[in-house]
Design a protein around this ligand. Structure first.
Ligand SMILES: Nc1ncnc2c1ncn2[C@@H]1O[C@H](COP(=O)(O)OP(=O)(O)O)[C@@H](O)[C@H]1O
Ligand SMILES: [Mg+2]
Length: 164
């Protein structure tokens, strides 16, 4: 991770939820422990659906509830699956002040898991550098979304193989 300039890396137009899920599962194959992904977009843009598809693709087949109220949901491998990275999925919409993240202990996930953060702006100055920034915007047609990936040169290289 580094703090080199953030640039737009790639943009995808998807027609429906299944296309968002395909994109998310392809992205999931490129991810590893220590990666932080932030998700911006209005309510209903599809942030949680995208995270859910990543979590399923990594191999957590259980239900993936939106962490709207508990703010953080942790997915950890059974010992037999030690190769599977842990995932910390956060929805910080209800965070009242950035300092509350320390009560939630969420920094721990940054090094030991793949971290997916909805509403990252709520963390204010504690938002870590070096994340892959994913922005979701609704299109004109129902189900259409524009999904934009931004990040450093490091992420640009990492996402070279990502196609839809
Ligand atoms: N292309 C799409 N990608 C993601 N969600 C979609 C798409 N098309 C329709 N949807 C619907 O939009 C809603 C997105 O909800 P959710 O993922 O919870 O949004 P957010 O977390 O951004 O508030 C779901 O009901 C989902 O079925
Ligand atoms: Mg959500």
């Amino acid at each position: 991770m580094n703090s080199t300039p953030v640039m737009k890396i790639n943009e995808f137009i998807v027609d429906d939820l299944s296309k968002s899920q395909i994109l998310a599962s392809r992205l999931a194959t490129l991810l590893k422990t220590g990666d932080i992904l932030t998700f911006e977009g209005n309510l209903g843009a599809g942030k949680t659906e995208f995270c859910r598809a990543i979590i399923h693709a990594v191999g957590y087949l259980e239900d993936v509830p939106s962490p709207t109220f508990n703010l953080v949901q942790v997915y950890e491998p059974d010992i037999v699956d030690a190769d599977k990275p842990a995932i910390w999925h956060m929805d910080l919409y209800r965070l009242e002040k950035p300092e509350e993240i320390f009560e939630l202990g969420i920094e721990e996930g940054f090094d030991t898991a793949i971290t997916l953060i909805e509403w990252p702006d709520r963390m204010g100055r504690y938002l870590p550098q070096g994340s892959l920034e994913i922005k979701m915007v609704m299109g004109d047609a129902e189900g259409a979304r524009k999904i934009t990936f931004s990040g450093s040169e490091y992420w640009k290289k990492r996402l070279e193989g990502l196609v839809l």
